[in-house]
Design a protein around this ligand. Structure first.
Ligand code: UD1
Length: 437
């Protein structure tokens, strides 16, 4: 795969003319957060795996680079990728890719299972707040890994991983994924208590079971937060063809875009059962939603602007409640709605970075600690603003679609980490939008 010089910052900006309602239909891309851990899980499988519908985004490219650095072979055709980890040997992951993407840390469990050893640098802090990995390390140590931390470097080693009971104090998505992967070929049975329940966890288990793992999650996970993994021999795992589920966060982003900018749009290929809390919020804010479950389609109608109002309070929470990844798009939709919304961010400490940019566009938002108060109904004005992270960057594009005049969102590389073609999608929905620079 071609190497990217950077993941995030770049010189390309997105420029748009706002105040045009959206209309039309688009197809939702495959899920980034499902595909990334599944690509890491390919490490455990000594044959070739094919992922159909894998999104073409820079975080996936970063994961390919990490896999290739260990000796794996990767290739991409139009909408599928192939990963062959038959010749994996290298246990040291290059710092430039690990630092570029937090989720590279989920390679630890898979590499311990495959090679018995992994060497990574500490991914460190992040613009959306502290993102420690203590729960990842705790889980891997419970399975018998020995871990040394030397400054910025982490070295994990295990002669043999052994099943254990891992009880998480918080249901971390990444830590749950890491322990699942380490447990697949461990000797004996692992029980994860208070595991994360996100759909991406279920997909990882489903993929690994297709490849020959023995993971019991269905029925128990959503009710009890419990996952049971019975270790199997590495040689029992074999390559599979897997279809990546659609991206619930991208679908939610476009629903909030229509809510904010107005108009009527239809989204195809949506994971409707994963969107309950989002659809509920959007309906309560006055838009009409028509769901055609059999076709995996939803239509949002937000044409009648008098009906679009804020709800009093929303807090972000773990699945199935309102996702932190859609908090920024929600803030922008709240700016366009009448009345006041109080948003409490309970997952990541610094996820209000876009507020400053929205204030420069004329938004009435105040932030105190983990809580933002948005007073909607004030017209936003086009400005040059800077995308500093993925979801906040997409939300600034939505703000530009609502604002009077021209908005330029600089550093659009952050948006390419998770959105395959945000400019193409909004163009298809009738927006006047393009790349500059
Ligand atoms: C994943 C998603 C991300 C989403 C997040 C929460 C991927 C690639 N990323 O991130 O888009 O926003 O879930 O739904 O799937 N924590 C600790 N110690 C740890 C690990 C986490 O304290 O060892 C804390 C974090 O600081 C954060 C919270 O737990 O406050 C949630 O993190 P986690 O669930 O681990 O999210 P990620 O897996 O990083």
């Amino acid at each position: 795969m071609k190497q990217m010089a950077h993941f995030g910052r770049d010189d390309v900006s997105i420029r748009m003319e706002g105040e045009r309602p959206l209309g039309g239909r688009i197809r939702i891309q495959g899920s980034k957060n499902a595909a990334l851990p599944i690509l890491a899980a390919c490490m455990l499988i000594p044959g070739e795996c094919v992922l159909r519908g894998c999104p073409d985004i820079s975080d996936i490219e970063c994961m390919f680079n990490l896999l290739e650095s260990t000796g794996a072979k990767t290739s991409r055709t139009a909408d599928q990728v192939k990963i062959d980890t038959g010749s994996v040997r290298e246990y040291r992951l290059p710092e430039k890719y690990v630092s570029a993407m937090r989720s590279s840390v989920v390679l630890m469990g898979a590499m311990l299972g495959r090679l018995g050893e992994v060497h990574v640098n500490y991914p460190g802090g992040c613009v959306i707040g502290e993102r420690p990995i203590d729960l990842h390390l705790y889980g891997l140590e419970k399975l018998g890994a020995q871990i040394w931390i030397d400054g910025n470097h982490i070295h994990a080693y295990a002669d043999e991983l052994r099943g254990a009971t891992v009880t998480f104090p918080f249901p971390s998505v990444g830590a749950t994924q890491n322990v699942i992967m380490a447990a697949v070929t461990a000797r004996g049975t692992t029980v994860i208590k208070n595991a994360a329940k996100e759909p991406e966890i279920i997909e990882l288990c489903r993929f690994l079971n297709m490849a020959g793992a023995d993971i019991d999650y269905s029925g128990t996970l959503l009710k009890t937060g419990r996952i049971v993994i019975r270790g199997v021999e590495l040689s029992r795992l074999c390559g599979v063809v897997y279809d990546v589920i659609p991206d619930r966060i991208v679908a939610g982003t476009y629903l909030f875009a229509a809510l904010a900018a107005g108009g009527e749009i239809t989204l195809e290929n949506i994971p409707i059962r994963q969107l309950d809390s989002i659809c509920d919020t959007i309906r309560r804010m006055g838009a009409m939603l028509t769901v055609r479950a059999a076709q995996n389609e939803v239509t949002i109608n937000a044409c009648d602007r008098d009906r679009i109002v804020n709800v009093p309070y929303i807090e972000t929470e773990v699945y199935p409640d309102f996702p932190t990844d859609l908090q920024s798009p929600l803030l922008v939709a709240a700016c366009a709605a009448k009345g006041k919304l109080v948003v409490r961010e309970k997952i990541f400490s610094s996820r209000f970075r876009i507020v400053e940019e929205l204030q420069r566009m004329g938004a009435d938002i105040t932030v105190e600690g983990d809580t933002a108060v948005v007073t909607g109904g004030r017209k936003l004005e086009g400005r040059t603003v800077i995308a500093r992270e993925l979801r906040g960057g997409a939300a600034l594009v939505i703000a530009g679609l609502c604002a009077a005049g021209i908005t330029t969102v600089a550093d659009s590389g952050f948006i390419r980490r998770g959105y395959q073609d945000i400019v193409g999608d909004f163009t298809q929905l009738g927006a006047r939008i393009g790349y500059v620079g």
